[in-house]
Ligand binder design. Structure first.
Ligand SMILES: Nc1ncnc2c1ncn2[C@@H]1O[C@H](COP(=O)(O)OP(=O)(O)OP(=O)(O)O)[C@@H](O)[C@H]1O
Ligand SMILES: [Mg+2]
Length: 976
């Protein structure tokens, strides 16, 4: 019977960062309902969603002596509660012979791993499930059950569309494991190691082994593990005799899936980059989204095609879980904090869709004899298909495979490729079936004996760790933190890469690690570290160049991806810094701070998000530079912060960009964060090809290090205040052009001049002036914008033009001017507003127009520095550049756009007001001379040109917001 996917939502506590920043709680739960408050509209009705379960794990708990978080409030859902609801039913299904899948979805850091795997004493569903399964088996045996119970364990990771066997890292050749399609099993990873396990302890060891392999792979490649999906597979077989005395096997395959952080899902395609192929960053999550959507449509009776096969390894491996023979549940993990509102809403929507999917599970139970017979028959059929395929007939591997519907629309080439794939699948399926038959004929004892069942003595290991100085790793994924430990067991420990001869005591792979990188010396209680040559070594974020003493809990960065914490056993007891307070973010913040970025606690959401982006980007840029050096690509990368103004917007938040610079010809390109990340993945791929000795060079059009010199580069911008127009004043100024680094790069001559009803310019001498810009509302306003010329631009640009945006207008542009650094644009454009509305007056008074100057860069023939002149490699050129810049400081270049025109308007207003005061003074003097003691109000009004309380001292902004009691009939209005 078809059954809906069960969906649970779980909200975690605030993390340290959210607490430090006084985050607001925006999630509410009652019963199975989850409500989400929009922090931008806190008084609106919260968005409400109902699931099978809503788990409140935000507060209402206390930590016991073992570290377990238990409930102190009745609504708190602890690990056991979640297991009892969700995990237990998976186990029950397994006993009944159903396949089950449980997957965790949610943004990075939302608590997916917490629920699925757990941390320390807070064991998640996987360990409790395994533990309970073995307890159940034991109980049966204790009750005299004579059945045979077999448990097999596997663990794989999908990273960047490659399937890696976490229990057999040696098998992970380039490209990872192949995904094959089997007529019965559906999609599976070919050659995945599945180890027989006979106790919970063995599963625990295997999981640790898999996690360690994940950590090593992630660290060496500096890969972000939160972009990887992990699938733990448990196969549970129960063999018993049936009434007829035949041996039967009840089989259940349980997949426990910890998905990659969901916020990466949108990074595909939306990078604005021409290099799309590499955007597979998390293609699989978007593909999963598409499959879920299609399945929901299908469940609602629509006839749609479900794109399993697509480009995604994940959807193929999860096909059964989503539509086939499986009982499926999903845990959607969410953050409680306001800054994650968008992500949380999208997770809840995803979960809401998933709950509509239906799957149909059947009990997998058959007599062993029959199973073997079926398998053999199946192979015979496959053999026929293979023969048919080889003789050129159309074949398909699975009759209900939706993707085969595409046959008719395929090109010959695609058909040929599909045919080849199917043939390969058939061969692999046949081999798989043969192995399954052979396995069935083996006894469980034989199978167990085939794998290494040695298990580790954890207590002894822990003791040794505490007593020996060592480094333990930091990883952005807290699950992978502390997994790698390098014990320092000698007085002198050499650290380097695998090429070192004699071999290094601690081998680190990856970027920027030298053959002989550094040496640790232990002399009694004093432990020091010395970099060798110009090896990159940071301690607590600071680069070191000579011997330095290591203290307990120092953060040490070797090269550009190996981040470790030092453990000094003699100082451990006295240490004031707690291990828990050290994490990856903190260490990266330290590094970012030392490279010149301000990491003060941000007070608002935008500042917080910017800081988080910087903490993400700084190590990636570092890595891109390291790859460029290693592959001698002659480009360098740098993080720059661009204000909204520098991006041509009159308001908005600052955003991080990455500047790529060609070290041979000085050309520069600014990439938005997403585009850079996309490129960095391609660079990483290029580097891994290089490391594996493969052909790594790519043609220009696919090379992540190249960019066309023809793209326009923003030379700089000026901000033009429109305030003068609000007072019907002209503005003719020479304004400083500021580049994205905040450097002045020339002047722009700009005029904004109001026009009278005849189209004649209103100038300074025309004494038409209003005191309150709101008087313009309802009237007509004409004006002209002129961009006459720029002066003193850097010589490296040609084809220069300006673009700007004024109010709701499209993007007007000047003509392009080439071959001069003093271009005359002679641009003029008239604007006509009739009638002026309130919105436009607000715009004039509060916003400004940003004029951007764009140009094409001319390659510089002069070498960048001495090293470049001498034809040295990227590393030497970059080093020389950094020396020039005064040590590798990152650029914290928030452009300081001077609002010159604001001052001009104010000055002008002041002059005019002084003029009026003088006129009043003159009237007073004259009246006094004439022997009067009073002045006619009407005379004064005529001078100030206003009838209400606008005093000459009120400033432009407050003046603009003061209430108007009577329509103004000042002389200035007459011109409109
Ligand atoms: N229910 C919870 N109770 C207490 N702490 C939690 C809970 N859920 C998550 N955390 C903490 O929040 C942090 C992030 O959780 P977790 O590692 O599970 O996130 P994730 O969703 O797996 O992230 P990623 O996508 O990076 O793998 C961890 O330090 C974890 O200890
Ligand atoms: Mg995780």
């Amino acid at each position: 019977m078809a059954e809906n996917v069960k969906v649970a939502v779980r909200v975690r506590p605030f993390n340290k960062r959210e607490k430090a920043r006084n985050a607001t709680l925006i999630v509410q739960m009652s019963g199975a309902t989850t409500k989400l408050i929009d922090p931008e509209a806190p008084n609106d009705e919260p968005k409400s969603f109902t699931f099978d379960y809503s788990y409140w794990s935000h507060d209402g708990f206390a930590e016991d002596e073992t570290g377990y978080l238990g409930a102190v409030a009745p609504n708190y859902a602890d690990q056991r509660k979640v297991y009892n609801d969700v995990g237990q039913s998976v186990l029950n299904n397994a006993w009944d012979g159903y396949n089950s899948t449980l997957f965790a979805y949610g943004q990075t850091g939302s608590g997916k791993s917490w629920s699925i795997v757990g941390y320390g004493a807070n064991k998640g569903i996987v360990p409790i499930f395994c533990d309970e399964m073995f307890k159940g088996i034991q109980k049966k045996k204790d009750e005299g059950d004579t059945g045979q119970y077999e448990v097999m364990f596997s663990m794989l990771e999908i990273y960047n569309e490659q399937v890696r066997d976490l229990l057999n890292p040696a098998s992970n050749k380039k490209g990872g494991l192949k995904i094959r399609q089997h007529p019965k099993k559906g999609f599976y990873a070919e050659g995945l190691k599945t180890v027989p396990v006979s106790s919970y302890k063995q599963i625990e060891d295997k999981m640790e082994e898999g996690t360690l392999n994940r950590t090593v792979a992630a660290t060496n490649m500096n890969a972000t593990s939160s972009r990887a999906h992990t699938i733990v597979g448990v196969t549970f077989v129960q063999k018993n005799k049936n009434a007829a005395g035949e041996e039967t096997a009840k089989t259940s395959l349980i997949n426990l899936v910890d998905l990659a952080g969901s916020e990466r899902a949108d990074s595909t395609g939306a990078t604005g980059d021409r290099l799309k192929e590499g955007a597979a960053i998390n293609q699989s999550l978007s593909a999963l989204g598409n499959v879920i959507s299609a399945l929901v449509d299908k469940a609602n009776g629509q006839n749609v095609r479900v794109p399993y096969r697509g480009d995604s390894a994940l959807t193929r491996l999860l096909k059964n879980a989503l539509a086939g023979n499986s009982k499926t549940a999903m845990i959607a993990a969410i953050s409680p904090a306001d800054i994650n509102y968008d992500e949380t809403l999208s997770t809840l929507r995803y979960a809401d869709r998933a709950k509509q999917i239906k799957t149909t599970a059947t009990v997998n139970e058959d007599p062993t004899e029959k199973l073997i017979r079926d398998l053999q028959e199946q192979n015979a059929k496959l053999l026929e298909k293979l023969k048919a395929a080889e003789s050129g007939q159309v074949i398909r591997i699975d009759d209900d495979d939706d993707d085969n519907d595409d046959d008719g629309k395929m090109s010959d080439e695609e058909m040929a490729a599909l045919r080849k794939q199917i043939e390969e699948d058939i061969r692999a399926s046949m081999a798989d079936t043969e192995k399954a038959v052979a396995d069935m004929n083996k006894t469980w004892e034989e199978k167990l004996a085939e794998t290494d069942q040695a298990s580790t003595d954890k207590e002894a290991q822990k003791k040794e760790r505490m007593e020996t100085p060592h480094f333990w790793n930091l990883n952005p994924d807290s699950q992978l933190t502390g997994m790698i430990v390098h014990l320092l067991k000698k007085d002198k420990v050499k650290i380097g890469n695998k090429k070192a001869d004699p071999p290094a005591d601690i081998q680190l792979a990856g970027l920027n690690v030298q053959k002989e990188h550094c040496e640790v010396t232990i002399a009694g209680d004093k432990i020091t570290i010395t970099p060798i040559g110009d090896a990159k070594l940071l301690i607590n974020g600071e680069p070191i160049t000579e011997e330095e003493e290591l203290e307990h809990h120092d953060r040490v960065m070797f090269g550009s991806s190996h981040l470790y914490v030092f453990h000094h056993p003699k100082q451990a007891d006295k240490s004031t810094i707690k291990a828990e307070s050290i994490n990856y973010e903190m260490a990266q913040e330290e590094i970012a701070q030392n490279s010149g970025f301000d990491m003060e606690e941000g007070s608002n959401k935008d500042a917080m998000l910017l800081q988080e982006d910087l903490v993400d980007l700084v190590p990636m840029v570092e890595e891109a530079n390291a790859i460029s050096m290693e592959l001698d690509r002659k480009v360098s990368f740098e993080v720059v912060v661009m204000t909204a103004k520098a991006r041509g917007l009159s308001e908005g938040k600052s955003e991080p960009y990455v500047l790529m610079r060609n070290l041979e010809n000085g050309l520069e390109w600014l990439w938005p964060k997403k585009k850079f990340i996309n490129r960095k993945y391609l660079m990483q791929e290029m580097y891994s090809n290089y490391e594996e000795g493969e052909d790594w060079a790519l043609p220009d059009e696919r090379d992540p290090f190249t960019e066309s010199p023809d793209v326009d580069f923003m030379i700089g911008c000026v901000e033009v205040s429109m305030e003068s127009l609000g007072y019907v004043l002209d503005m003719r100024e020479q304004l400083n052009i500021t580049d994205f680094r905040g450097k002045e790069v020339g002047y722009l001559n700009v005029e904004v001049v109001p026009l009278d009803s005849k189209g004649k310019e209103i100038t300074e001498d025309t004494d038409l002036f209003i005191d309150n810009p709101r008087d313009l509302i309802g009237e007509k306003l004409d004006f002209v914008v002129r961009i006459t010329s720029a002066r003193g631009l850097p010589k490296k640009y040609t084809d220069v033009y300006c673009s700007y945006k004024l109010f709701l207008d499209e993007d007007p542009k000047t003509e392009k001017v080439s071959g001069t650094s003093n271009p005359d644009f002679n641009y003029e454009r008239k604007f006509h507003f009739d009638p002026v509305n309130e919105q436009f007056v607000d715009y004039l008074m509060k916003k400004s127009v940003v004029i951007q100057l764009w140009g094409k860069q001319i390659p510089d023939k002069k070498p960048l520095n001495k090293a470049a002149k001498e034809g040295k490699d990227t590393k030497a050129i970059m080093k020389a550049e950094n020396m020039n810049k005064g040590m590798a400081k990152g650029s914290k270049n928030v452009p300081a756009l001077m609002n010159i025109s604001d001052h001009v308007t104010m000055k002008r207003r002041k002059e005019r007001l002084e003029l009026k005061i003088n006129q009043i003074r003159k009237i007073c003097d004259r009246r006094e001379e004439e022997g009067h003691i009073a002045v006619k109000i009407a005379d004064i009004r005529a001078i100030i040109g206003d009838s209400n309380a606008n005093t000459p001292t009120s400033n432009a902004r407050s003046g603009a917001t003061q209430p108007q009691e009577r329509r103004n009939e000042s002389s200035a209005c007459a011109i409109l």
